[in-house]
Design a protein around this ligand. Sequence first.
Ligand code: FAD
Length: 426
Amino acid sequence: MAHIVVLGAGLGGVPMALEARRELGRDHKITVVSDKDTFHFTPSNPWVAVNWRKAEQIKVDLAPMFAKKGIEFVHAAATEVRPEANQIALENGETLTYDYLVIATGPELAFDEIEGLGPHGGFTQSVCHVDHADDASGVWDNFVENPAPIVVGAVQGASCFGPAYEFAMILETDLRKRKIRDQVPMTFVTSEPYIGHLGLDGVGDTKGLLESELRNRHIKWITSARVTKVEDGVMHVEEVNEDGTVKKTHELPFGYSMMLPAFRGIPAVRGVEGLVNPRGFVLIDEHQRNPAHANIFSVGVCVAIPPMDTYAVPVGVPKTGFMIESMVMAAARNIRDELDGKEARHVATWNAVCLADFGDGGVAFVAMPQIPPRNVNWSAEGGWVHLGKIAFEKYFLGKIRSGQAEPFYERALFEMMGVHKLKPDT
Ligand SMILES: Cc1cc2nc3c(=O)[nH]c(=O)nc-3n(C[C@H](O)[C@H](O)[C@H](O)COP(=O)(O)OP(=O)(O)OC[C@H]3O[C@@H](n4cnc5c(N)ncnc54)[C@H](O)[C@@H]3O)c2cc1C
């Protein structure tokens, strides 16, 4: 009996454990290790930050759900991954030994790379974690009593731009509903070379759609922006030319700010020889497997993907939910094949399929493959996107609560769309 350990219980780790259980049956032991005892649906964090959701509504208790599926759950942070010994050291002093390890820890948020950035000791809010969003909701309650300028966006090296746009539009919608929008100048600050780039060199006409959305909502923007420091109520920004010289400096006053940070790998894997790149992202081959340690797989935001291009201000590539689902499917099937004595052959299709909610509308896009030129390069907007995102939230949380791996109709749809490029079993 092999022991498969999944490290992390987010959008990658939980489906990974459930999918592995389905692929492997009850013949093998599966353990999930997470520093949190709940799953939370990250895409809903912006709604929590404006009190459209309570944090508890988007959380799922992991231990009882995993118990029903015969999956062991260890609630402890990993402090060190030791590939040579096939072991993980835990914060509680224990050590876990694995035959296969799937790293699904998401990112560490690199707020400390910019002075004054972030919610702990800094001056900006965060929606990256449900606990941050929960804290931000109290700050928002105070802010709407004392309206002032808002600065929202994503800093240099960030890779997750969709949520920055979503949050800007959601704040704007909330202010309009409260009839205080006229008292709040808003600026969108982003490291992207142009609005709608999204780390993907745009998808369909995201440039046009998002520029028009920002213009319609009277949100000014600064692109190719490098945040140099944040002080209490002032953001210092350099607008950078293509050749790297500074075009203009800005001192932006704010009463409320949320800036997406750059990501890096978590400390438990950073610096482990052969396992990670210099920023601590896990190196993988086309089968989601680490080239140096063949029994380690990785899925989700913690995997290393090179940036699309070199820009004067660094811009990363996003790793979105559909892409993560496809990584999970490939990893689960490859582990099963290896346990059956076959070669790993399943490959994730790195497509971006996204619903970006704007509170009362939104933009949807499909990029297949993620890196251009593409076979499908489509974007559209409308009120249906907001409703679609609410429906998806309910569907996904229901799936996790009942411990369901990907149901047959979702799998059939994804295979039809080419989201899972799964080779037939031989
Ligand atoms: C605000 C926001 C909104 C987003 N919205 C969308 C969207 O609408 N659509 C979309 O497709 N994508 C979206 N994304 C992108 C992506 O889908 C999410 O970031 C997703 O949560 C990534 O899943 P993950 O499993 O890789 O990481 P996470 O969800 O971050 O999960 C990582 C897990 O590892 C655990 N962990 C971390 N360190 C340790 C440790 N040392 N020991 C044990 N456990 C550990 C964490 O507690 C967590 O359980 C969004 C991202 C953000 C930040």
